[in-house]
Design a protein around this ligand. Sequence first.
Ligand code: URA
Length: 433
Amino acid sequence: MFALDLIIKKRNGQKLTKGEIEYFVNGYTKGEIPDYQASAFLMAVYFNGMDTDETLWLTEAMLNSGDRVDLSAIPGVKVDKHSTGGVGDKTTLVVAPIVASYGVPVAKMSGRGLGHTGGTVDKLESIPGFRTNLSREEFIRNVREIGIAVAGQTENLVPADKKLYALRDVTGTVENISLIAASIMSKKLALGSDAIVLDVKTGSGAFMKTVAEAERLARLMVDIGNGAGRRTVALITDMDRPLGNNIGNALEVKEAVETLNGKGPEDLKEVCIELAANMLFVAGKGEIELCRNLAAEAIEKRTALNKLIEMVIRQGGDPKVIEDTSKLPRAEFRAEWKAEKSGFVEKMNAERLGIASVLLGAGRKTKEEAIDPAAGIELVKKTRDKVEKGETIAFLYASDENRIHEALQVLKSSIVIGPEPVPEKPMILGRIQ
Ligand code: URA
């Protein structure tokens, strides 16, 4: 078998066999198939897709590329969560402490930014000293002792995804249902949580642009999860506008802390409560309405905030930046993005806002690039808001002035200002189990 044969077969729209998919995944993971052939293969999959069998085989091959984490030493129903990725999506930082504050163990391995979307690991690393590279033993010990750990994928947990994820990020091959489902579910299955809540984002800032596509992805992942014996629920949530007001790593940590302090933006709070409620629900804490109340209470009583502080201390981070978020990394340059006309914000293209934040330094343009923890965007206006010509729409932060000019060019075409306020849209668009 040669990698070239598989590339040609997929390029021609044919179905691959289980053996061929295993050959590709193993060959690429071991470094026997080079990046350029893997890129061509991924692009062929992007254009021609994979059917359900191929997606299951891909998930299995990726899952078998490394170790599995045995969480059986941790008592209780372990619950995991995963988002398909969005702009301003800092929900893990809010939701994991809420759930853990009720004694439900959360053992979460998160990713880095992908394409125009941010990643939880990058966000957490903006907390000075915070370590995301925990050893397997430390990860399990933390969950057993304080009920929560959020870390990067350890080297040998789905190594196939580690390589493929980084390659997809820079080759325009992220937005494919099979590749996303296999990437997410191989990681969820390798990490032995008992139940999984998936946040499938849809809209301009998500990889799935329509609700119908998001539903297909959600159904596929829920079936893979339940089929593997894990209780799996997916929420479809809106990502047609950025979630919350802040985009960029330290800026998002700040907003997550504000949310746990009861002062966060409504849209973020709504999605976090719903995700946390579903995690408590699958952990058996009661009916969904009761779980919603529990989630809201953990914010009101600051028990979730205390849990976040506990986690930050455990993972080597400086808790003072959580107690006083003005101590988080700050950018050297700040600029304003101003409205060119008066009216109401009709639309904000979340993907373009994500791209602008990458240009500011909050994400990576190449696999090797380092990110700037302080870079990003703070929105003052959002969809439906009234705006006057010359008023500030957002503040931009960067450590290099040139980056601000580049980002402003992208932002100009990311907004539509119209004469009337647009109708309000719900944040939660569906639930699949
Ligand atoms: N999140 C993942 O973990 N993988 C993807 O492919 C997309 C989002």
